[in-house]
Design a protein around this ligand. Sequence first.
Ligand SMILES: Nc1nc2c(ncn2[C@@H]2O[C@H](COP(=O)(O)OP(=O)(O)OP(=O)(O)O)[C@@H](O)[C@H]2O)c(=O)[nH]1
Length: 971
Amino acid sequence: MAGRKFVEVGREGLDLLCELELTPQSETPNIVKEWNCLHFNDAHIDSLPESIDRCIHARVIETACNRLSCLPQSIFNMPQLIKLDLSLNAFNSFPIVLSGMTRLQSLNLSYNHLSELPMQISGMTGLKDFNIGFNNFTTFPTALLNMSKLETLTITGNMLSNIPVEIKDMTGLRKFLLFCNCFTMFPIALCGMASLERLYLGNLKGLQGHHNHISYIPADIVSMTGLESLDLESNKVTHLSPQIRNMKSLLELNVKGNPLVQPPEHVADRGLDAIKRYFEALTTTKGILSSRIQVNLLGETAAGKTSLSHTLQRGNPTLTTVADRTRVVEQGTWVYDQGIVFNINDFGGHDMYKIAHPIFMSKHSLALITFDLSEYDPARYQFYIGNWIDKVQEKLPGIKMAIVGTHIDQVSAYSAKCSFSIIKKQLEYHRQRKQKWYQSQIKSIEKKILNTDGTQTSILKAYEDKKSKLMALQDQVIVIHHGMFVVSSKTSEGIEELRNYLTTVAKERAVILPEMWVDAATMVCNKKYEGSENTLGWDKIQDLILQSAPTLWKERRPSKKELDLATYDILSFLADRGDIIWFDSSPTLKKVVFHKQEVLANILKAVLNHDSDAVRLNLQQSMSISEPKAKKIHADIFSRGIISREAMDCLCEPFRLLTTEADVMVELMQKLELCYQVQEDPLVPSSISFHFTWLFMLERQPELDEKWPGKVPPGTTQLTLQIYFPFSCPEGIYEKLSVRQHKYLGLLKTKRIDWKDGVYAELQECQTHISRQESRRHPASSTSDSIITIAVRGTDLSKMWSVFTCAHDDLMDIIKEECPGVCYDKYLVCPHCTSENCEDPTLFPGEILDQTYLSGGVSKPKQVPCVNTGVSIPTDLVYPPHLTMGWQEVVKKNKNKLKQNITEPCLFDLIDVLIHEGILSDRESEWIKTSDEKNAVFLDFLTMKPDKAFDILCQFFVEHGQYDLLKLIKY
Ligand SMILES: Nc1nc2c(ncn2[C@@H]2O[C@H](COP(=O)(O)OP(=O)(O)OP(=O)(O)O)[C@@H](O)[C@H]2O)c(=O)[nH]1
């Protein structure tokens, strides 16, 4: 038993050892002999005491982040030592004393200044895991070649460009990490290594100076018969070898961030199986070089988008008539030549339809921001150009954009030149303004990081995450084609330049596709014009695929599963290039393909129409409803945003939808979170109606003041979160949040009251008030900052936090899904200040809510200062329960439920992950697996581990969809 006990020691242990060093003859205290884990990280030391060998049972020494450049000789006398962490120190040469330590299994010397290793290192016959990442190696240290027992070797972040052929002698090597070196070619010597299981040759973001630039993968890679995982992220690979499909052992392949042509990026994004199927398809049919790109024309009404779209498509100057207004989207195809085709989306400029634009835009598309140069008023830059840039970047950060001024025929050359140079300056000012915002945010987060105590790993992680997200977004700020195009759809002036630009981009993005896919795609696209169906069902799609499939493939008689997979492959490539709209993440909607996008656009237009007269006319013309009913439906839509199922059918009547199609449309509206469903009378199915938050026109009713008075009532507490969007609130964010809240209310309507910019709801004995308002105006750019406020009142803090954190998490999810590029900042308003109605309340960082656990395993102090009022307030008013108790306590509190719900295979997987991350030892794992109460013993071990263990546990539950278990430990 004694041997299994873990005794860890930190700084105090180091102090005691330093005292013992002064008295070499003294007896070693028993406690020192019991220590087996010495944590001396970040201890500001430049040497370890010679007395270290008094810790005769020490198995692990962690002394990262110090200034060590040598080791005490006595370390050699520590026979039990198996793990030594010397990372982030000052070693210029390898500490030779270690070379005789045959039992040492894991040695970390990363982030030192090593450039060579002595031959004696081969004496470390027990070494399995060796990390020399981020040193100064320019060539592979040949001393390692004799170490046949080494299993994991990390040489990340050095300057290697070659690996010697003798590497094959390292027969024990399983995992080889070579991220961020200087490889320009795949190290061919590795191809002979049948034992290698995991190989990392990618690059890490944001790392300066170290980059692998591999562009070619040799076919010989198939000889790596043991390879399970290959990482080539952010290299220059264009073609993968078709042989890759013969690599039976390969389970993971990361080729993100490569300029892929074969397979195309969208195939690679879907994982190794999709890549293998792609190459399989290339064996039955030939590969065709093809480029079909979606071009999105965006801009205000009458900017000249439709005329430009027609001019590009027809190859002749074409003007629309004024009456020809685009609603939502009009689609067209411009065939440049056989291999290059553009799917043009011409979006209506009307405000209401902007919310629908992202549905039609693919992330690999191009955006042309279009404006009428003859009408251009520099004072309205933001309206004509700026808002559109912001909108596109919010929704699809990193997408390629260009600016197009139309009506050049109506502008003199001189004024065109003037406008051109003004707009250029305005674009630059816009870019700088955004960049400045990011810089100030990064600075403020860096300040927060500096002012946070290093033990607060959880909040530090939240800050670091925010910082890296801000830095990534800052890099993408308004990447716009350097020039601006000026064109005329009347005279064709400038059209040639625009066409050249588009075709150059298309050529750069050409990919190789299996002919079978291309043929199937043509069949589906033809249905847009030939068939009478509004949507295509799964069976119909499979019919088309089978019709176009080569005989060879059909003769193989593909199983149902094979046919389903081929259908997925073809549909995802069609969706990626914007030929169809397909919601593959929804179990019911994925069986339906919206191949006629204008049908979808028209239905959205009919339902979201703000034109009261047009809707009245539509209803009056409906065959299925009486006049009084039509009036009621009209009133419901325009006063309350409510559309009954009957009304919906009536609005969709002109599109002659089949019942199944109408059902799909209704489901789609909910999936897109345009509305929530309410059943007024649980016994009457026809009382179902849909509430469109987008259509709410009413102002906040004064009666609401009774339920939610301006001042917090005595005995009640208010938790408040403010999310602040500089420049503007992205369209649809608030509306979606409001719809999403309905999932907690179910079919009940009585417990919520909506108005144009807010919702009040009663949930779990708490009151919730979510609202959106404009704050500061920026006259120079004619934009306003916006704030979404989530407030919860009640008397039971634990229930309040649960409702509050759910609403916060919903909003964060919506931002991630809908507008990952948006700028925002968030604050928790001090509940004490709110109760006192303080004009200038104390604001706590909103990132508090991004933490998953309380660092350090110790409870927070009971009080925190409210700086602006100078009083102390209870901590649980600012920190949710899981952050006041410490995650260990939360796990212990819910141990019974966790114990009952973690299955054995799941537990074993989790143990593997924790061993892999160096958190559980093999002995601990054995102990758990052989015990009768496996889950209980596991949880006991877990609560003794550092915070990283909790992160891994949460991540594991997320990856395995075990949200109930996650909720148990997180909220
Ligand atoms: N002289 C001239 N007229 C143009 C040009 N481009 C468009 N127009 C005219 O400008 C008006 C608006 O053009 P559209 O192409 O319909 O504009 P839009 O951006 O599609 O407008 P919405 O559909 O409302 O969003 C029409 O009367 C066109 O004939 C151009 O380059 N030169």
